[in-house]
Design a binder for this molecule. Structure first.
Ligand code: C2E
Ligand code: MG
Length: 626
């Protein structure tokens, strides 16, 4: 309201005051005199008002030349009206970024270009006429005449140095992230509250973009913290290029960033920035000799739609981010009220996982893998599930991220390994024709140097022969650093006779050249290539190349996520060894999977090249078209 008053007053100062029409019969001279008097009155009233308010006010014409300064503006800038009027605005109101000291965007220019109220750049410092500096804040708006044509701009600002410590180095450190130099969560909270205040006054929206790097953890775990840090710095640079200087980018902790868009008109504006962020972060990162790729998940909340205070907006953007993550990489999600239920669920998951481990509430499903040449079962993947007393059956994508974040992945991984070996050996002792079972390993588990000894212990305790265990390691978690301790662990495991598989192969950009350093037997092609290989020629060629490449390195190549007969036919034509996917069956319970093993089947033979199919009459056919 107060700001609108400034604009009305300022209109009169730029000579655009509008006076009402007098009756036709009135003498022209009298009308002119009245009009002049009215204008004089309005101008004097405006001057008096503007000089009595606490904020500094400067108006400009269309060419951004100063047309007026009130007393506070004179005091803050150090310019007297007489000298300032007619000068270009940046000369009188010299604004720079408080940290870089680079020239800040001219707010009047922007307000006129965008025809709306805009905020000054964050951390804006005014260089006064005598060279001294002053932290200032507030906004600029276009001045329009009665016909709505823009005639100039008005800038309203005030001294933002509330306390002398604010400009000190200590205060800077308390408000910024030491690694990236970005504002930290303390400063974000302050700016968010300020942005909410301004949005309330000027009737616009504020957007919070909560961003989490999907694959940062495996990179940091496998390549080390120096590379992880360098990556975070590059990410923060790229983020800075995506937004305006009136917006704030904050490192919220770890691999999480928050972007505050302080003035948006509609949700689509935030969505546009989210897309911009995806493309900016998608290009490969060159760090030392590594070429890294990352994807991102983004959650968005808006003021006033999704919360009226900083805390709820942040929580809700975070919540939306978790939902985006579940949709896969490079997705963004706008907050919805029903997401709050999930927040409670996450808290419960963490609390209950501890108990689940003690009370044996976890169990394994087994998803068949099929030999493409013969159509017979050749192995299976063990997939962990959790029957939660309060929340029902839970998939690993829901509780494993919580387990990783809370340091529970070690005990869960150990349980899975033990259970897979125990179950397989039990079936074997019952006379079943067992096949090797693949167990997924997280990057974190692989960094545990005691893993080979632990697995050797599990094998000897359960009595399972090592060749029936295959460890599946996600490509991203070990592709980047061939000399990493994880590779040494894998070599040790291989020496125990355990098979090694690289899961989701193809997603990392420099995977091929690093593959030869890893002692693996099986290459599992990531489902993203299989899903659209029939429509997408590029993915079809890549899949074909991977099959040839893997087989030339004497690996068995398995396509994951096979859902249609056409995909299977195509893979068969390319000579792919194995396939896993809903076409053959969803993950099965232990009882249902046991039925596939058939009581009289002989032991599945193995050799160096990988699993070999036996003559057809010995094995149960599960190929769907048979
Ligand atoms: P993954 O290793 O890629 O496992 C395969 C996932 O793909 C399974 O999801 C499976 O249900 C799904 N899937 C299989 N065939 C198809 C198909 O044709 N189409 C589609 N759309 N999906 C298919 P699930 O069971 O939800 O497991 C998700 C992920 O959780 C696994 O992905 C794995 O990375 C992780 N995971 C599961 N169990 C464990 C475990 O015991 N330890 C660790 N560290 N990770 C595990
Ligand atoms: Mg897997």
């Amino acid at each position: 309201m107060e700001f609108e008053k400034h604009i009305t007053i300022a209109n009169s100062l730029t000579g655009d005051a509008h006076h009402s029409q007098n009756p036709i019969e009135q003498d022209a001279d009298t009308r002119l005199r009245h009009a002049e008097a009215a204008l004089q009155d309005a101008t004097e009233w405006a001057q008096a008002t503007l000089n009595s308010i606490g904020d500094a006010v400067i108006t400009t014409d269309l060419a951004c030349r100063v047309t007026y300064l009130n007393r506070v503006a004179e005091k803050l800038t150090g310019w007297v009206s007489l000298d300032a009027i007619g000068k270009p605005l940046p000369q009188v109101l010299t604004l720079v970024d408080g940290h870089t000291f680079l020239t800040a965007t001219n707010p009047a220019q922007r307000a006129m270009e965008e025809n709306r109220t805009v905020g000054l750049a964050m951390d804006c410092v005014l260089i006064r006429k005598d060279g001294s500096q002053l932290k200032v804040e507030d906004s600029a708006a276009p001045i329009c005449n009665a016909e709505g044509c823009i005639k100039g701009a008005v800038i309203v600002f005030h001294d933002a140095c509330h306390s002398p410590t604010q400009s000190s180095k200590l205060a800077y450190q308390a408000q910024h992230d030491a690694l990236t130099g970005l504002p930290n969560r303390v400063l974000l909270a302050e700016r968010l509250s300020r942005a909410i205040g301004l949005a309330k006054r000027h009737q616009h929206k504020v957007a919070l973009i909560y961003l989490d790097l999907d694959a940062f953890k495996p990179i940091n775990d496998s390549l080390g913290h120096a590379i992880g840090d360098a990556l975070l710095k590059l990410v923060s640079d790229r983020l800075s290029d995506c937004v305006r200087d009136t917006d704030t980018i904050c490192r919220h902790g770890g691999d999480e960033f928050v972007v505050l868009l302080s003035e948006i008109e509609q949700p689509q504006d935030a969505a546009r920035i989210a897309q911009k962020i995806f493309s900016a972060l998608a290009a490969p990162y060159r760090i030392d000799k590594h070429e890294l790729s990352i994807t991102t998940s983004i959650g968005i909340s808006l003021y006033p739609d999704h919360g009226s205070d900083a805390r709820s907006l942040l929580d809700n953007a975070d919540m939306a981010m978790y939902h985006a993550k579940e949709s896969g990489s490079n997705h963004f999600q706008l907050f919805r009220a029903d997401m709050n239920a999930l927040r409670e669920q996450r808290g419960q998951i963490e609390f209950q996982l501890h108990r689940a481990l003690k009370e044996n509430a976890l169990f394994l499903d087994f998803q068949p893998r099929v030999d493409i040449a013969t159509g017979y079962l050749c192995s299976a993947e063990a997939l962990v599930r959790w029957r939660n007393p309060a929340l029902g059956l839970m998939q690993p994508s829901v509780f494993l991220p919580v387990a990783e974040a809370r340091g529970l992945i070690g005990p869960i991984g150990h349980w899975v390994l033990h259970e897979a070996c125990r179950q397989l050996q039990k079936w074997r002792e019952q006379g079943a024709e067992i096949v090797p079972i693949a167990v997924n390993m997280s990057a974190m588990e692989l960094r545990d140097k005691s893993l080979p000894a632990r697995i050797a212990g599990i094998l000897s305790e359960t009595g399972l022969a090592a060749q029936f265990l295959e460890l599946e390691v996600n490509e991203l978690s070990l592709m980047y650093h061939p000399n990493d301790a994880s590779i040494a662990t894998l070599i040790e495991l291989k020496q125990l006779g355990i098979r090694i598989a690289i899961d989701d192969f193809g997603a990392g950009s420099d995977s091929l050249k690093r593959l030869k350093c890893i002692p693996n037997d099986t290459l599992i092609i990531a489902p993203c290539f299989i899903h659209d290989m029939l429509e997408n020629l590029e993915n079809a060629s890549f899949t074909k190349a991977l099959i040839n490449f893997g087989q030339n390195l004497t690996m068995r190549v398995i396509a994951k996520g096979v859902e249609t007969q056409a995909q299977l036919d195509h893979l068969k034509l390319q000579g792919c060894d194995g396939a896993q996917g809903f076409l053959f069956g969803k993950p099965l319970s232990a009882t249902d999977f046991r039925a596939l093993l058939g009581p009289e089947r002989p032991q599945w033979p193995l050799n160096n090249q990988g699993l070999q199919s036996e003559p057809p009459n010995k094995y149960q056919r599960i190929r769907p078209d048979s």
